[in-house]
Design a binder for this molecule. Structure first.
Ligand SMILES: [Zn+2]
Length: 95
């Protein structure tokens, strides 16, 4: 399984409701990710975990984004999680 970061953000650890957190509670970093099966890329699960601020900085740089692609060959439209500056990926249909 390979983890792909979707979002890294700060949240209060001790409360599910952000408006009523305990006084003096520090914010912590939360990491949301998808885990993609190395053998079957259609198999993936979502997950989250608390992380250190150092790890948050590292993960932010590797964050992936859900993007829509259109193939100029077959005009198929599909979505994939890719790093920020990805313009094109191989078409799963023409491959
Ligand atoms: Zn195509």
């Amino acid at each position: 399984m390979t983890k792909h970061t979707i979002v890294v953000y700060q949240a209060y650890k001790n409360s599910g409701n952000l408006r009523f957190h305990k006084k003096g509670t520090k914010k912590s970093w939360k990491h949301y990710f998808i885990e993609i099966d190395d053998y079957d890329e259609d198999e993936y699960t979502f997950g989250s975990e608390w992380i250190s601020s150092i790890k948050a900085m590292i993960l932010k740089r590797k964050q992936v984004y859900k993007k829509r692609f259109v193939c100029p060959e077959c005009l198929k439209i599909w979505e994939a999680y890719v790093p920020k500056n990805t313009k094109e990926i191989e078409c799963p249909n023409c491959d």
